[in-house]
Design a protein. Sequence first.
Lengths: 413, 413, 343, 343
Amino acid sequence: MTKKSNQSRLYVPEPPFRPGDTPDYSHIAVPANHTPPRPDPLCDDHETVEHATSLIRVMRFNGDVVGDWVPELTADMKRKGLRDMMLTRAMDDRMFTMQRQGKMSFYMKSRGEEAVSVAHAMALRIDDMTFPTYRQQGILINRGASIKEMMCQCLSNAGDRLQGKSIPVLYSFRDFGFFSVSGNLGTQMIQAVGWGMAEAYKDSDGIASAFTGEGATAEGDFHYALNFASTYRAPVILNVVNNQWAISSFQGIAAGEGETFAARGCGFGLATLRVDGNDFLAVYAATQWAAERARKGGGATLIEHFTYRKEGHSTSDDPTKYRPENEPEVWPFGDPIERLKTHLIKIGEWDEGRHAAQEEDCKVEIRQIYKEAEKMGTLSSATNVNDFTMFEQVYEELPNHLEAQIEAFKEEL
Amino acid sequence: MTKKSNQSRLYVPEPPFRPGDTPDYSHIAVPANHTPPRPDPLCDDHETVEHATSLIRVMRFNGDVVGDWVPELTADMKRKGLRDMMLTRAMDDRMFTMQRQGKMSFYMKSRGEEAVSVAHAMALRIDDMTFPTYRQQGILINRGASIKEMMCQCLSNAGDRLQGKSIPVLYSFRDFGFFSVSGNLGTQMIQAVGWGMAEAYKDSDGIASAFTGEGATAEGDFHYALNFASTYRAPVILNVVNNQWAISSFQGIAAGEGETFAARGCGFGLATLRVDGNDFLAVYAATQWAAERARKGGGATLIEHFTYRKEGHSTSDDPTKYRPENEPEVWPFGDPIERLKTHLIKIGEWDEGRHAAQEEDCKVEIRQIYKEAEKMGTLSSATNVNDFTMFEQVYEELPNHLEAQIEAFKEEL
Amino acid sequence: MANPVTKQMNMIEAIRDAMDVKMTEDSDVLVFGEDVGYFGGVFRATAGLQEKHGLHRCFDTPISEGGIVGIAIGMAANGLRPVAEIQFADYIYPGYDQIASEAARLRYRSNGEFSAPLTIRTPVGGGIYGGTTHSQSPEALFTHIAGLKTVIPSNPYDAKGMLITAIEDNDPVLFLEPKRLYNGPFYGDPHTPSVSWAKHELGEVPEGHYKVPFGKVRKINEGSDLTILAYGTMVWVAEAAAKAAGVNADILDLRSLLPLDIEAISESVKKTGRCLILHEATRTSGFGAELSAQVAEACFFSLEAPIVRVTGWDTPYPHAQEWAYFPGPKRVINGIRKVMGDI
Amino acid sequence: MANPVTKQMNMIEAIRDAMDVKMTEDSDVLVFGEDVGYFGGVFRATAGLQEKHGLHRCFDTPISEGGIVGIAIGMAANGLRPVAEIQFADYIYPGYDQIASEAARLRYRSNGEFSAPLTIRTPVGGGIYGGTTHSQSPEALFTHIAGLKTVIPSNPYDAKGMLITAIEDNDPVLFLEPKRLYNGPFYGDPHTPSVSWAKHELGEVPEGHYKVPFGKVRKINEGSDLTILAYGTMVWVAEAAAKAAGVNADILDLRSLLPLDIEAISESVKKTGRCLILHEATRTSGFGAELSAQVAEACFFSLEAPIVRVTGWDTPYPHAQEWAYFPGPKRVINGIRKVMGDI
Ligand SMILES: Cc1ncc(C[n+]2csc(CCOP(=O)(O)OP(=O)(O)O)c2C)c(N)n1
Ligand SMILES: Cc1ncc(C[n+]2csc(CCOP(=O)(O)OP(=O)(O)O)c2C)c(N)n1
Ligand SMILES: [Mg+2]
Ligand SMILES: [Mg+2]
């Protein structure tokens, strides 16, 4: 692997496998019973140092649950989690296809990472503000935001609450505790810390939860977030979704010689958890722990969600150009939907028939909603967004120079 | 201490003592024999995790040397180190006084931190490029740069190699492996990583060594440096000089809940050392270890130099406004010059008489050199710098628009 | 003036008073930045605020301009009114992305669902031998950013009234403080004894709450020979130079760069037919370029002579050559002569 | 043309070829950035360079624009010729401090003892439905920075020659790439079938080494009615709009913004007496302001009509309203009419 780089002493890391290689991840041990113990949420941060390098898991592949972290969730809640994940995936698939048909400019799927967003949201209060990236649409689905409004945002049409201002998937749903997603990576980590500091200042017990991909942890904002959260004991959860890839760069470019991303929090005295991101129950349990810690004044927790991006980065890239085509299948941590399904069946709360039916339901429901959404316009037909709205919301009030520009724009029509 | 901040749940850290308080640092244990072992410089980074939170020391206060880290230094080298530190301090004192007399716009002392710069430089090769802050003048003194030229830079006079372009102490001495000091904190940490990557690329065994104060570790550049150094196994030493203060802010503002600054490197898989920065031999030993590691391809080391800023931040502030007046005296780690002196006397290579004489020598020498330097101009008299030089070195060649501005400037004279 | 009772203040005291007034009447107002807490800021602008209002309302931050702006955005979006200090404008760049990409964009991006009503205070300009990294005037790097407001007072009265306006504004405001004016007006000649605000009428600052609106120039002198557009320190240099040149100038203190009071500006230039633009920042792509373009667009047919820009040179701000760099009276007078057609 | 043997290339290929030529003849040239290594960049500009020149000469970096520029400075100061890619100009701001405070200042600060001969490549401009964060044109934020050079080609021939010039330049160069021109010239109307470089004469790119100097405009059309100053994508819109408006214009492709070829510009404006300035960036404090100011300063007595700026609006770059924001043919034609005095 270091063959080429040894042309000089300058070392450049490379992923273990590239297109043409046969990926073999047997070296990645999937811990079965080695899940670290669950300390008290208000424990000293040192008690979570081992959690930064181990992996919190609840579900075995056979559906059994083991260890300290088994959350108390009713079968109904688990079934809701399962449905939310399936709905998220169905929506992703539909939107991806529609983008290919030119209905929208762009789309991003979260396939393989649905547990991270859905289980995380389920373990928070709806008034806990989340600062998501473009890959946590599951939060909105779980919190019951309007899927039609989400679709209309992607279509930039008359139903788009953002009136076409932003590119697809950069949603904003304040009422659902979903902060306006920025196109600039990383920036929201430190903003979430500020939001959390404001909650503390106001003596509220609300918390903030911020997301970044593992690749964007290299931005300064991630460092600022760890540092300020540590200094002011901000009530926040800082989530790193390690899905192994940053567009075409494998996680080693961001990780370097570091073993895990959770470990980046240890030097700041933050609580650090590393969780199997494909294990719905584990993500729920880890989030619940961190939320309780933050809410009770214990400060911030850095959670690394160890998962895998099963599809391309977005509609703009072809993953087979930089990683083996079958890597998603051989990735040893399975699929979050399959795994929760197996568990529910194992405990007798679900069966193949209901699952197949629900899968069909989700498809149909999404197709229906999409039909409705598309009626309000698409990029390929007409977006039905009034062009003049582009001058609004730059400032609270329209300044003179923009009024003049509106007049100039009229001359073009 | 958290009294005030408990007016709300927003926590804001405060230093243990403020003006009026009687500082008591007995809670800071000064480890005597607890110095961690010295692993092989090419060891796995995990073997230095304990070094990130403990403290490498060589000299006891009584002058005895103990532990694995005792460096092989001849008495002559130790005496040179002592003299370099004394010369540095003498120069600082002189320049500070001269600034007070209006001879220069500004000055910054390094009192109490002389071992960090002098011992560090002594353990490197002169062609190893250092990226210092404004408080490592000891590197230049140790490497034999012209003190007169240093003074002329501070005086911005005809002898200033920078022709008055930069404020005092922002030296640049390429031939002495001293990178142009930036007024912008932190920025040079990542530049040093680039310099080191270039050394590796060229298959040279040269290394780079970068400095930041503990306060400036909060900048993104520190994070970039840790990350890129880790990813590309750059041959660099990243030094954090923890002198407890960042102007008026105590180290806890930057450290937050983190115990040490060295520990910030652990999450990146870097080697991490924490050293008693007032212990000349310990700084030398730690630097030597890190330099060997980098030179032999083992990658970067983060060294925290634990020391204390005995004077104000610069000529612009009065430290008694934000910390107890006698805090420097009660700080438990002593003075670097006193401690090396005690050691040299203990081993029979030095005595009080010679020390007193040398102190006088340094004063005189500095006074002589300063006289010479001042002849070339001062800010209060005339700097003797040709104003037109301000248009030079913006670009390699003078562009047309600057030529026009030179003409315009002539009209003012 | 909203309030008859006045107090003589220098510019630092006026700025501090504005924060004090707002912190007293609105618990949502927080003040933070490097060294602003216990110490009260390297220029003393926040001295006493921590003691009076509490550690949690006026505190030190890590040395991280990006982090400072970042938490300010999160707090502002969550209903607070943060006032962040950047110790020197020369150090604002690590926070540039958070300002330009985030604070200025949040309202637009979310179509008004979120906004960032924050204020960033930072000292600008030279005149204190601060060299390349303590003297910069980066206003033009911010007036190009849609969604941001950029203002710069030239005296204690405006400083307090404008800072209160900034804190109450529902959009992000960059509040630039000409550090050379903190203690008194500066007429551009470092060799004459410095004047203080103590006896200056603009040092008479009303107590309590009052606002100076954005987007309105302050006319310092009514004249017919030419119009001089200036802001910050250069306002005072303009006054001195016009006197020395013996011209009768309309001198406009712009105060607010974005929004800009183009009405008052063009009205004046249409009257005088001549326009001189001053700033301390480097020339190329400085804010003077925008002023020149807008004045020409609005007043082309009234202009009797080319608009002249007098600025800092296109070099970093040198240390020893500070006064050769600074656009002092001589350079301004040459500019006046030029625009008057005398040379 | 320095080299008779030519090859038809689009702009991406020409840019890649420039790097390939330099990497082949000079082992000090390194190329890096986000996704530039094995993948070859999101716009494919570095495709094949890693395979050909080795992992250590063309590699991926962490997602850290500040880090990317930071290591480039260290490498450049140490004798290498780094060529760093910033994936989109909209993401350059985290690196702004390293560019403005460090790369552009190192030579001055050290009085020439150290310098930073690095090149930063980054795609600019809209036209691909990239919305607020994939469409920006931040050139004016860099032309204000003394010590930096900012250039922007409008075609494959210039792109290759200018990139080679940039890499060989001993000062830091910001090399802006109008992404809408990567595959072909764009005349401003998204609804007409897009043209490719395949049959365009400016797609005929000499093989091997050649340079296009900075500070020299390229005249596209010789005309006497008015002068149109444009760069990047707007060069092609200018051509189409002038044709449509039926005017005979001197159209200058500036190519290099700093240094600027003010001689050629004023010569043209003195001849035509009228000047239209185009850019895609937001209007206020855009580079058009500097152009307008300099043209007025140099050509005041030849100007027969006010200089007109046609630009993007002072808003973020919207997504759905992209073509309402873009300064397309209609807006340019209105500008032409205005400067010609027809409206
Ligand atoms: C500041 C910034 N730099 C670069 C980009 C371009 N970009 C968009 S997504 C992406 C990869 C992000 O990878 P990661 O952080 O791992 O998140 P993931 O896509 O895997 O969820 C990059 C480089 C950006 N949007 N913002
Ligand atoms: C980017 C930037 N922000 C702020 C400053 C102002 N400043 C100069 S020194 C200093 C304190 C630095 O403290 P520390 O890093 O601990 O270094 P020390 O002075 O203790 O050696 C500050 C805030 C600066 N020079 N650069
Ligand atoms: Mg990722
Ligand atoms: Mg310090």
